[in-house]
Design a protein around this ligand. Structure first.
Ligand code: HEM
Length: 332
């Protein structure tokens, strides 16, 4: 589980640093460092005090109430009986801090959630409104982002990103995957994408992926209606509706069956897989010191309590290193 210092993995490993002594000349940047560099190229970052990606966001507080059924799959303490305080950050994609909420480039939307476990311990979930990732490895992600960057200045008839998508049909499928404009952050579903291993008190384990669904239903806007909204319509709506109208979600886990690919974030599992409810997320209020909290907090999908472990998905394992680099840049 997490704490104020990153405890789950040593920082050097998170960052993918070579821990053997090497000279400055020999030291090659890791794939994760290169990804974050390209994200900075794409989004004109890094920016002091701000995230490298999913930069524009809104921070809210609330409570998580676990469901009885959670115990079927995990012994994790926050999923047994007691409710826990939570912080939720909804965000637009990209590293542009001023991106309009109705800009198509800002879809997919993000949801990060920290569950307070007491004694300064926490566990995090970092989710997306799109249920799958474009590529299966950090190396392919680097290749894709580099192709996007280089396409802006390329004079080739077939731009690098067009070539990448032609060579990688799964990435093309991601680009074409429907990403509707939400009516509200409270009317969108969010997905963990990467699988985790859940173990119950009898020692039985399953692999699963988080799904967060709005109790008020998914509500989307037609393109013309979205275009008529103001540039902060999502950030403002969620802040202004609270506390009178709480934003409520069901947190569940979709369980893999034998043979389902648990280490490939490009693969969506079939709809008929069992879904186990973990509990209810109730978002109650805007956070008072949101800007300071946002700057000082790094959500970490590998901050996990006993009863939940990472899968071996290389995308999942690369994420904390990227988030730590982004954190370092904004604290510099
Ligand atoms: C190798 C793959 C990935 C890389 C390199 C990457 C990179 C980043 C970086 C650098 C940040 C800024 C983090 C911070 O400063 O706190 C970020 C934030 C975020 N990422 Fe990723 N990401 C990856 C995969 C994913 C996946 C699979 C998801 C969804 C399941 C995701 C969802 C998010 C969200 C929601 C945020 C905003 C978190 C917040 O509100 O603090 N990312 N990502």
């Amino acid at each position: 589980m997490g704490s104020k210092t990153l405890k789950y993995l040593p920082l050097a490993l998170l960052l993918g640093f070579n821990i053997n002594p090497v000279s400055a000349e020999q030291a090659e940047k890791s794939t994760v460092e290169k990804i974050v560099d390209v994200q900075h190229d794409l989004f004109k970052g890094p920016r002091e005090g701000l995230r490298s990606n999913h930069t524009k966001g809104v921070v809210l507080t609330g409570v998580f109430h676990p469901a009885e059924s959670a115990r079927q799959i995990t012994s994790a303490a926050h999923l047994q009986q007691q409710s826990s305080p939570i912080v939720v950050r909804f965000s637009n994609a990209t590293g542009f801090p001023e991106i309009a909420d109705n800009d198509p480039k800002g879809l997919a939307k993000g949801m990060a959630m920290r569950i307070d476990l007491g004694d300064e311990e926490y566990t995090d979930m970092v989710l997306s409104s799109v249920p799958r990732f474009p590529v299966a490895t950090p190396e392919a992600f680097l290749e894709m982002l580099t192709a996007v960057r280089d396409s802006a200045t390329s004079e080739a008839e077939t731009k690098p990103i067009q070539q990448f998508l032609a060579d990688n049909p799964k990435a093309k499928h991601f680009v074409e995957y429907p990403k509707p404009f939400p009516a509200s952050f409270a009317n969108l579903s969010y997905h963990g994408i990467n699988a985790f291993k859940f173990t119950n008190s009898d020692g039985e384990s399953v692999y699963g992926r988080y799904i967060v669904t709005p109790l008020d239903g998914v509500k989307t806007l037609e393109k013309a209606d979205a275009e008529a909204q103001n540039e902060n319509y999502l950030m403002n709506e969620i802040r202004e509706r609270l506390p009178e109208q709480a934003a409520e979600f069901r947190l569940s886990v979709q369980i893999a069956e034998p043979g389902d690919e648990v280490n490939d974030a490009t693969v969506i599992w079939p709809d008929d897989r069992q879904v186990v409810e973990l509990g209810t997320i109730v978002i109650e209020a805007p956070m008072a010191d949101a800007a300071e909290y946002e700057k000082a907090t790094m959500f970490n999908p590998l901050a996990l309590p006993e009863g939940i472990e990472p899968s071996s998905d290389p995308i999942l394992l690369a994420r904390p290193g990227a988030y730590a680099l982004s954190f370092q840049h904004r604290m510099d």
